[in-house]
Structure formats: structure tokens, C-alpha cells
Design a protein around this ligand. Structure first.
Ligand code: IVH
Length: 677
């Protein structure tokens, strides 16, 4: 005899595996559902290991609902869609006790004096799912989706140990032919904090809150990732059920509990709405003690018969309503005010806070929006402030606790220069935000490059989002002008850049040099200058130099350019940094004249001409075009700088003004002569 253990027979193995599975299921339930483990983790692991060994030796005995099958070994290609037998609706929200009383009045009116009992439950802040069981076996798990159908996320839900893969035969649930069980998957706060700590360490983006973390985890195509996320769930109701009826909601919850599902312990039967309201108030203050997030309470009519008589509206059932808690607030100290520059150049003041725990996360920064807000709330560095967090929105500073202010830091002033690039900042007259408009500002560069290269602008094929990011990150491009000094050698140093793509890109860049002035104006991303504005500028001035040196007044003369756009253009060209970029674009050979506008003569060079009244022989735009062809410019207002006014039929006030200012005036015939016709 060798020392080897004798292999059991197939029949023995099958029997043994069944016993182990039963044992593991029992301990899963005690641990994950009832919160009362009876064995140590090591003992539990030993049971699972024995089962795994048996199943490896006898692969034919593996069953779908074996605890070893909770984690798949291969990612999915994508989720398939699965239909709900009964719609998954949502709830109407209320925000006050009075609104709850109105709900009660509606229900009472419907039943004309019948007594109504309610069940009040916590409203878990997670992701709602539908668990489908056929004859006691978990066959499918689906997200809410659009209410009619959702993603089949069975593999991911199987990793949640609180979800039984099969119901014990002794339980009534195992004999029910079909049931959809509705519940909420959530991530306990501790698991959420640990996950974010780990993600921070590995440089991954952190989740904003436990709900986002749950949703993100359930969306994984690889269930091995979901399995590491420590998700949990509470079951709170049914969809379609075959072969079983429950008279009341609390009876249904009892059934779920007995069948091995995790049901929250705080559901309470209430005899009237006042009792339910009192219970809501109780949880509003106790919610912080929970180790999971709730965002309100749900009040449900208890009787199944009454529920079906009430029916549903298009979106929500009439038998239930949610009561949402007001956003949580916390008090903390404002340590500093930092100014961030967004990707479009907006300067946003951010409060740096003494870290404080609020609604499930530690908050150390909050938005202050803009300078006006800071002034309105009189926020000063060192102040004690009240902060609030509503849903996934970034925390906000609500108000200053004035009586706690000791030393006065004085009013906060926004910087006069961009904190990222040092360029000038300006305030849009129509907006409160300050903005950096520098073409070289690193905070905005990637977006600027993407905009510059887009189809309606310089149309550089192959220069999209990810390449722009690479060019900026590698510091090959520090302003849009650098695009034109890219070489094959430089491009090949980038990751994922092959010879062919580099060559094509360079070709695209070369071609883009000839797009013409109006595209270039648009590509520069000057605030308020869209395609139409850019075209008008190009048409009117004909060259970049003329626009750069145009005065505010001259800019305003163009009909398509209002005072806001004119101001913004001036601001843009006043920046020395921007002027350098323009110079470099020109040096690189980028066309800075409008394509197709080549003055045929210089006989009107430098002349500004204004039309008033109708011309018989030309349309206005044709007349303007002719002037530009001879090197002149057109304006719509008469000023001292106007060289000539062309008067047609029934002229307007411009004629009077020209006379007053002593500007030369000619008629249509003289105009014709002037342009050589
Ligand atoms: S009952 C017809 N009970 O709230 C919908 N929902 O806005 C019946 N939720 O999609 C849902 N806790 O994701 C119900 N105790 C609870 C709940 C709850 C959280 C979520 C659920 C639903 C949403 C409705």
C-alpha cells in the first residue's frame, strides 16, 4: 500500500459535495444574511477548499448553484438585455411631512374611509436589481434599465454572498415556480472608503460616493473584479410571482427573510401616516449611525389588495412614496482658498477644508463657485463654515458661522493673473466667472488643441482627443503653433504612433495651413467668436494683422460683432502670449488671409467705406465684395475714420452723419467709376 488516500467513487463524491454545499450555504446565510457567524473564517475557507478539491477531481459533479461558481473565470463581451416580467417603476419623491400627509389624503380619498396601514422602510442609496428565481434556483439578475428591460448582470450578482444561488429545499421558496425579487445593491461605507483608499494609491480615479461605487462595480464585464468589491444587498419587494400570494407587504418581507434573503431589520408597520412621519424623523437623525447610505424613507401601503386597487401611474405606483431627507450638513474650518483653472479657462475658487466626515465620505474640499459668491457669503480664510452635500454633487459652502470668526483675514480677492500660466485673466461682462484666455495655458491646452484641429476649424485629420492629450503630456505641443513644428521623428517617439499614421498626420497638418482666415479665427477659440463671427471678421478685415490692430470701435462696426464679442476679441489680442503664438503660426506658413480674397488692385487700399440706401446695380454683399477686391474695407457705421460714404436710394441717418462729419460722399455712378466699372 502507498500512503495515498483512496479516491472516493463518483457517487460518494457527489454525495459529499452536496453535503459540503449545504453546509457552506448555511454558513453563508448565517454570516452574510443573519450577521451571526457560527464558525471562524478559517473553518469556512476549509469547507470551500474541500469542495473545490472534490469538484476538481470530479468535474461532472459541479453544479451551477455551487458556492464555488460564484466567480466566473472569464470576462463577458458585453451585457445582454433581459426583460422584466413586471415593470420596475420608480417612486414619486416628497420632501416634507405635509407632502406625506397629502399622499395619505389621496390614498384615503380613494378608499373612502377604509382603514389603511403603511409600512415605512429605509430608502437605500444604491442600485436597484431584480433577482429571478425559478423553482428555488437563482437563474438571472437584471438591472432596472428603462424599467422594461435591463442589463443581465447575473455573473456579477452571483458574487454577492447575500444572494442565495438556490433556496434550501425545506423552505417554501424553493417550491415557488417563478419569482422576481426586487432589492437594492449597495456598498457599505467601510468598503467604499477602503476601495477609494486603494484606488488613490494606484492612481485610479476615486468614486464620488458609495452609490457610484456600487453602480461601477455592477457594470464590470469581469465578475472577478466585482467579487473584490464587497457589495451587499437588501431585498424589499417582489415583481411578478407565480404560485404564491401575500396578503400584505410585511407578510412578503417575512417570507423573504425566512427564505434566506437579506431583508432590512428596520421596516416598520405603521397604523397611520403620523406614525410613519414620526418614524421618518427618527431615521433622519439616526441615519449617520448606519454603516450604509440611505437617502430617505419609503412609505408603502401594506395591503396587497389595496395596492392593486390603487394601481400605477406611468412612472410610479400609487401605493408608495418616497420621503427624501434634506442634504446633510457639517461644520468645519476653511483653511485656504485655492483657485483652479478648468479646461475652458474658467477660474474657480475652491475651499480647502479641515477634513470632516459628511454623508459617507471625508470631505476636504468644497466649491465656492466664483468671487461674487464669496463676497455675498462673506467667506474669509480661517472662517468656520457650514458645508452641504446633495447627492453626487460636489460639497458646497452654505454659510459662514459668523460668531465663530476670530481673527479677520479680510475679504478674499481673486488673482489678477492665471494661477496656472501667469497669463492675464478677464471677466466677461455677461458672466461672473473670471477666465484665462491664454493660448498657452497648460490647464486648457488639450481642449484648445482639439478645438483647433476639429473639422470646422483647421480640420487636421487624425488629431483628436487622445493624440492631443499625448502631444500635450509629452510637451511636444505647448501651444497650437507647435503643431506646425512637429516632425516625423518627434511623432514616432509617442506611444502607439506608427510610421504611416505619423506621415498621414503630417500631411494633414500641411494641408491645414491653407484653410484660410475665417477658419483660423474660429480655431483660435476666442471667447464668443463662433463660426459666423469668425467669417464676418475675416470678410471684413481680410487679414489677421488688421484684426489684431483693430480698435474696439472698429470691431463694433461689423454688424455680426456685438460689444461683447468685440471686447472679447480685443482682450484676446492684447495678450503678448497670444500675439507670439499668432506670429509663430504665420511664420510656420499658416495662411492669415481669407482664402479666395486676393485684392485685384490696391486702388482702395486702407480705405474704409460705408454704404447707405439701396443701390440699383448691385446687391449690398456684391458691392462689399468689390470693395475688398480693391483692397478696401467695409463698415456699417460712419465715424471720423470713414473715408467714403456711398449713397443709394432713400439713404438713412448715415447720410446725415457723413454730412455732419464732413466725410466724402459719392453716389452709385461715382462708385462704379471708382471700382473701374
Ligand atoms: S420600493 C415602484 N423600497 O428607490 C418602486 N425602493 O425611487 C418600488 N429604493 O428604484 C420600490 N430603497 O432603487 C423601494 N425600501 C425601498 C427602497 C427602494 C431604495 C430605491 C429603488 C427604487 C427607487 C425608487
Amino acid at each position: 500500500m502507498t500512503g495515498k488516500q483512496k479516491q472516493p467513487s463518483l457517487i460518494q463524491a457527489k454525495k459529499e459535495a452536496e453535503q459540503l454545499r449545504k453546509l457552506i450555504r448555511t454558513h453563508d446565510r448565517k454570516y452574510y444574511v443573519e450577521n451571526q457567524p457560527e464558525i471562524t473564517d478559517q473553518e469556512y475557507d476549509r469547507l470551500v477548499k474541500s469542495l473545490k478539491n472534490l469538484e476538481t477531481a470530479f468535474p461532472s459533479i459541479v453544479s451551477d448553484d455551487s458556492p464555488t461558481q460564484r466567480i466566473g473565470d472569464r470576462p463577458l463581451e458585453g451585457f445582454t438585455q433581459a426583460r422584466h416580467r413586471e415593470l420596475m417603476l420608480s417612486l414619486d419623491n416628497t420632501y416634507s411631512a405635509d407632502e406625506l400627509r397629502e399622499f395619505d389624503a389621496r390614498v384615503k380619498k380613494f378608499f373612502k374611509g377604509e382603514s389603511v396601514n403603511y409600512v415605512a422602510e429605509l430608502k437605500f442609496d444604491g442600485v436597484s436589481v431584480s433577482l429571478v428565481y425559478e423553482k428555488g434556483r437563482f437563474i438571472r439578475g437584471v438591472t432596472r434599465g428603462d424599467g422594461e428591460q435591463g442589463d443581465d448582470i447575473t455573473a456579477n450578482l452571483k458574487t454577492i454572498r447575500a444572494i442565495p444561488l438556490s433556496l434550501p429545499e425545506s423552505e417554501e421558496g424553493s417550491r415557488i415556480p417563478f419569482m422576481e425579487i426586487r432589492g437594492e445593491v449597495y456598498m457599505p461605507r467601510a468598503a467604499f472608503e477602503a476601495l477609494n483608499r486603494q484606488r488613490e494609491k494606484t492612481g485610479e480615479q476615486v468614486f464620488a460616493n458609495p452609490r457610484n461605487a456600487s453602480a461601477g462595480s455592477l457594470k464590470q464585464l469581469d465578475s472577478r473584479i466585482t467579487a473584490q468589491r464587497r457589495l451587499d444587498l437588501f431585498c424589499y419587494g417582489f415583481g411578478a410571482v407565480e404560485g404564491r400570494r401575500f396578503d400584505t407587504h410585511h407578510e412578503a418581507l417575512d417570507f423573504l427573510k425566512k427564505a434566506g434573503f437579506r431583508v432590512n431589520a428596520h421596516a416598520r408597520k405603521c397604523r397611520d401616516i403620523e406614525e410613519a412621519i414620526a418614524y421618518c424623523n427618527e431615521w433622519e437623525s439616526k441615519r449617520k449611525k448606519l454603516d450604509y447610505d440611505i437617502d430617505g424613507m419609503v412609505i408603502k401601503v401594506d395591503s396587497t389588495d389595496q395596492r392593486s386597487r390603487l394601481g400605477v401611474t406611468a412612472k410610479s405606483p400609487r401605493f408608495a412614496i418616497s420621503y427624501k431627507f434634506p442634504a446633510e450638513r457639517a461644520e468645519t474650518q476653511l483653511l485656504d482658498i485655492e483657485v483652479n483653472v478648468g479646461r475652458t479657462g474658467t477660474l474657480t475658487p475652491v475651499a480647502v477644508l479641515k477634513p470632516v466626515f459628511l454623508a459617507g465620505t471625508t470631505v476636504s474640499r468644497a466649491s465656492l463657485h466664483n468671487e461674487d459668491e464669496i463676497r455675498r457669503k462673506d467667506v474669509q480664510i480661517g472662517d468656520w463654515v457650514l458645508i452641504e452635500k446633495a447627492g453626487e454633487i460636489i460639497p458646497q459652502v452654505i454659510e459662514v458661522i459668523k460668531h465663530k470668526r476670530d481673527a479677520k483675514a479680510g475679504p478674499f480677492r481673486m488673482p489678477l493673473r492665471c494661477p496656472v500660466c501667469g497669463g492675464p485673466v478677464s471677466r466677461d461682462p455677461e458672466e461672473v466667472a473670471l477666465r484665462c484666455e491664454s493660448l498657452t495655458c497648460p490647464a486648457q491646452l488639450k481642449e484648445r488643441v482639439v478645438h483647433f484641429a476639429q473639422r470646422d476649424a483647421m480640420d487636421i485629420e487624425g488629431l483628436g482627443d487622445s493624440l492631443a492629450q499625448q502631444l500635450v503630456d509629452s510637451r511636444l505641443v505647448k501651444s497650437c503653433a507647435d503643431i506646425y513644428s512637429l516632425t516625423k521623428g518627434k511623432l514616432l517617439a509617442l506611444e502607439r504612433m506608427g510610421e504611416k499614421s505619423a506621415e498621414n498626420l503630417l500631411k494633414g497638418i500641411e494641408v491645414s495651413k491653407n484653410r484660410g482666415l475665417s477658419r483660423l479665427f474660429f480655431a483660435l477659440g476666442i471667447r464668443h467668436v463662433g463660426q459666423t463671427g469668425a467669417q464676418a471678421l475675416a470678410r471684413h478685415f481680410g487679414s489677421m494683422e488688421k484684426v489684431v490692430s483693430a480698435s474696439l470701435e472698429e470691431l463694433k462696426e461689423i454688424p455680426q460683432v456685438g460689444p461683447v464679442m468685440a471686447g472679447s476679441i480685443r482682450q484676446f489680442f492684447e495678450s503678448a502670449l497670444n500675439k507670439t503664438v499668432l506670429e509663430r503660426l504665420k511664420e510656420a506658413g499658416v495662411r492669415t488671409r481669407e482664402a479666395g480674397v486676393h485684392p485685384v488692385s490696391g486702388r482702395l487700399a486702407g480705405k474704409v467705406i460705408v454704404f447707405t440706401g439701396e443701390l440699383a446695380g448691385f446687391s449690398r454683399s456684391r458691392a462689399e465684395e468689390l470693395i475688398r477686391h480693391h483692397g478696401g474695407g467695409v463698415s456699417s457705421v460712419v465715424t471720423k475714420k470713414t473715408n467714403l460714404v456711398v449713397v443709394g436710394d432713400s439713404p438713412g441717418s448715415k447720410y446725415e452723419k457723413a454730412k455732419r462729419l464732413g466725410v466724402d460722399i459719392i453716389n452709385e455712378a461715382e462708385f462704379k467709376k471708382l471700382i473701374g466699372q
